[in-house]
Design a protein around this ligand. Sequence first.
Ligand code: FAD
Length: 353
Amino acid sequence: MLSFLETDKDLLKYSSFHTPATARYFFELREKQDIPKLHNIWGFAQENNLPIVFLGSGTNILFAFDIFEGIIIRNTLKGIEWKDNIVTVATGELISPLSLQISKKISEKFKTSEKGPHGPDKSFIRSGDMGNSCENRSHSSPEEGLSEGDVLKSTTSEDTEIGTGSSHFTEVFSLFGKWVGLPGTVGGAVAGNAGCFGFEAKDTLIQANIFDMETGEYITLRNKELDFSYRHSILKDYSNWFLVDTIFRTNLISDDTTNPRTFRSGKQPGGFTCGSFFRNPPGDSAGRLIDQVGLKGHRIGGVKVSEVHANFFLNDKKGSYQDILTLRDLAKEKVQEMFGIELQEEVRIIENK
Ligand SMILES: Cc1cc2nc3c(=O)[nH]c(=O)nc-3n(C[C@H](O)[C@H](O)[C@H](O)COP(=O)(O)OP(=O)(O)OC[C@H]3O[C@@H](n4cnc5c(N)ncnc54)[C@H](O)[C@@H]3O)c2cc1C
């Protein structure tokens, strides 16, 4: 047994569903100097045949067990470093405050450049150049135009290669403003290619720095190597790859005036929920389908389908993971029956083997 592992850790507050659960082994990674310990944890897990699960803020995870016979590694690594328009962020940083910080900085920078002798800075990249839909988008990745090893330099000439100017905007907003109010950590957002209002992790990520727990070595992956798709990245396929920090391009702007906070407060419920439970089927919305089968407000034990957004399950009366799974099964069954569509979970469900 490794001395730095906690045992029988209460996980109640570590998932946004707030259901009772315990982890046999638990490690909170707070400092970068402790990253090599992950290699020891991997060895311990192999010897004892234990699964490992990485946890950010738990806003997209359901603990579907009473006691998890495995190891939960919670990430609270912090650190933000700027270099020109590029920011390197430790993955335990929360995405919403980070986005607010980036958004303010970039909007200010653009406004200042507008007043300068050369007019608006043409290195800024407009959202119109990136496509609009959250799904199946095809556009240049943020790393395009950057040569190997140039990632951190971010000079204007490199930016200009992929930017197409922005002088026609009358008012400018940083695309990161769209993520203000998005719950969770940077690690969770990149692992799941999180996104909203047409802006996904894959639109800004240049490079991911990963610790391979199995070999004890660091590897770096560029945007295209992360195999991003709708709510997916390659990180979801490798239980030994812990995402340590991410490098984002920040000079992304739009003239979209949607206020994400107002939108969320009007269309999404508060309380103990993990957001959208199911992925949206192509061309449709899981919330619409669940609403159509009459499950809005339907309750199982302490958990109900939200009346505000039918793809949100709310644990409003001290429900259990079993309540959530029963509600999930019911929604899947009804939608399959009525529409012939098989809903797929967006929330990651962690179970014992
Ligand atoms: C009210 C509400 C609204 C939401 N709205 C949206 C939305 O609009 N758009 C959207 O995309 N999502 C949304 N979500 C879901 C959630 O916010 C995102 O998925 C978020 O990015 C998850 O971050 P997290 O830190 O909580 O990850 P967790 O839930 O802790 O983990 C998610 C996944 O990432 C993996 N992971 C976490 N950290 C690492 C790491 N360092 N290395 C490797 N893998 C890692 C985990 O193993 C897990 O598979 C919403 C959730 C809530 C509660």
